[in-house]
Design a protein around this ligand. Sequence first.
Ligand SMILES: *[C@@H]1O[C@H](CO)[C@@H](O)[C@H](O)[C@H]1NC(C)=O
Length: 345
Amino acid sequence: MPLLKPFSVLLASFLIFLFNVALSEQQIVRDSAKGVSYANFIRHKNRRLNTEQLESLTVQQHAGCGGKCLLNSKCTSMNYGGAGGHECQLLVANKFDSPEAMTSDESFEHFSVASPCDKNPCLNGGKCLSIYEHNSYRCQCPWEFNVWKNCERGDWTAFWWYNKDTTWPSHETDVLAYNFGHCRSSDPYCFGRLPTDAIEDSTEMLAIDSEGTKYKWSFNSANPVAHAAWRAFHDHEMVPYGQVLKESASWGPDALVGKSPIAQQNSFMYREQNGVKSVMLDNDSCDCKTTLSLGHGMCFAGHVSSLSPANQYGVDTLYEPACVSGVENAPRPSVGLTLYFRTRE
Ligand SMILES: *[C@@H]1O[C@H](CO)[C@@H](O)[C@H](O)[C@H]1NC(C)=O
């Protein structure tokens, strides 16, 4: 779309602040306390963003329309023009979150607040969402590129996932049922294992959940907890309750994003519960304070309904803030999780 030079709008009741603001990197500042508001707008000729209007006003100039947008804390873009040429439509949506609403319209110009999204930082089909108040952005990435901020996947490959809000597939009886390569990327879940040619002491695993927490583990044949997880994820061997329990060596992940686990991860199980072979990595083989909990909730050799309701399946979040009775400890369909692997450099 045609881009013209950006223009800026400054509203100041105390001129002394003018220089501070003009020198700032920030593209929009709404600071009524200091009496200064400021925005850089980018102009799109012959365009109108056809979305819900916060307000429609008549103003003489497009700069006046920018001023009105600044004064409305929800406004992120505006259309200016129309039949009489002076209609100012303030919008809460913008070209980044609602690209499908951008229409050709010779009687209008569209203005959006300048944003890091204007540089298209999101790769692999990711959608850029502008966070105007911090002059920053967030990429909404397709699941298989969900690894880093700009949807780069790097050298990580997904081998297991459960998309948030997927109905538990009732015919599945094993969260590690399938060989690597069995799933298609469009599948809503993939109960896959590590590739058979992966090598234990040089494989890393990355887990990302739907809360955005990212944990990284390194497999290690000398660590009993790590080795049990390897036996499950790679060799498809069951690990019954009691075999790997409160080991003196724990297998803690690096928290790349989010908080570290609140308890030592020194216990591992991969065993059947309520008809589904399920995985649990935690501090005592009983639900809560788990990092990986896939399938059905478990406690010791059974499960405890107050911690994890019977016949509720899914995945649990990587980080658990506390141990409370109720569903928050348990695997559940409202959480999403993807597991990736790579060979360590
Ligand atoms: C380990 O988990 C149990 C609940 O399963 C909890 O009561 C206990 O406090 C935890 N231990 C630590 C050190 O967090």
